[in-house]
Design a protein around this ligand. Sequence first.
Ligand SMILES: [Zn+2]
Length: 83
Amino acid sequence: MLNISVKQSRPVEVDVTKKGWLCERCGHEWIPKVKGFAPAVCPKCKSPYWNRPRQSAKPAPPAKPGLTKKSNPTRPSSRRVKT
Ligand SMILES: [Zn+2]
């Protein structure tokens, strides 16, 4: 006669927190396959700048050289004025 009564210990629920990454661009959170290695791109939005917060709006790019030449001061005023 076998009377095996294995009293199962009640499992204890714990909060398991894993370290993962958070994309600064799309807010995607994921757990990397390789620990300690920051992935090159966000797996969701593929942004390579996922770990860098978006910077404030960049100032307007500098005008292209050559296009902003000083107006020639020696240029004769050959402007015709219609009357
Ligand atoms: Zn992302």
